[in-house]
Design a protein around this ligand. Sequence first.
Ligand SMILES: Cc1ncc(COP(=O)(O)O)c(C=O)c1O
Length: 378
Amino acid sequence: MPLNWVEIDLAALRNNFYLAGRLAPGSRIIGVVKSDAYGHGMVPVARELEKCGAGFLAVGKFHEALDLRQNGIELPVLVLLGIEPEDAEEAIRLGIRPAIFRLDHAKMMSEAARNLNMPARVHVKLDTGMGRLGVPCGNLAAFAEQIKLMPGVVVEGILSHFAEADEADRTFCDFQIERFTEAIETLSRQGLPFSYAHISNSAGVIGLPRAHYHLVRPGIMLYGSHPSGGEGDGVGLQPVMSFKSRIMQLKEVAPGHPIGYGRTFTTQRQSRIATVPVGYDDGYFRALSNKGRALVRGKSAPLVGRVSMNLITLDMTDIPDAREDDEVVLLGRQGDERIAAEEIAGLGGTISYEVYCAIGKQQRFKFFLNASGGERPA
Ligand SMILES: Cc1ncc(COP(=O)(O)O)c(C=O)c1O
């Protein structure tokens, strides 16, 4: 029995995927599974999304795409961070599509395509205002002219990324959508055909129907969190990840007893203190020291003292029926109570994305619940 573990509810993942499909009815879905599916486990998540009917998958790095192929995932895969020269031929052979934002990268794809006598499908990444990766809008026409001269390169798609689609004020999104639309027209004028335009992340899927185009790229909403940081926000998302452990030791402690490193908490009353084998090494933020909480027997127990590398301490005094070996929920639901990633993020000064990545990355034990037989709702 592991000391702590993550549970991934694939039925919740399916719910969120179908919800994205209903919100963007005219578009196909690129399931964003980069960074180990935001800590949820890339291969099982990808398998489930494939069964649900995703059109594409998106990863950050080429090795993630390889991992998908090595595990039998056949969907077209987009590599958001592009590609290194040594990987070009393998990418083409395996149907892996790099985002392209540099002409020398496009040239190496062309060379690899000629060597293999196979088309090199790429998606041109455009910077419409984020200021990170992407061809600057003003350079797109010249970029397209050069690409047209590269045999074997097939521009399958054009993509961009929103800087603040999760904010209530949509002014900058409108600006980016306008530039993206102009870019699509530029490619048509240049005589560079492509099949797919895509710019919408989860926030775009939920709140910007005019930006859905042919494909949408939801990430965080598939994992059950709203991109704005509000829990669920009435959209019907279901959290996918739970993080659990058990009470390792439960003891009576007299008033005035210090708890943990630095003695930052001292019992004020006769107390029952549970020690639980979870710490910052497990991705549970140290910032939750004396602030977090956990669920035991369906009730909330405050975290007292500091979070250490492998242990936390909970005040169980108000849950008198708690026993050693009881299940402890650090993230997720128990009975009628729930601890959301947004709550942990708020206490840790971060966002739900980082909570999932941090916990998911550290877990050797991940259990996948409710895998489908591949059914799709009517
Ligand atoms: C290029 C790109 N598209 C889509 C996404 C998915 O974004 P979200 O998780 O907010 O839906 C990301 C995530 O960071 C991204 O980098």
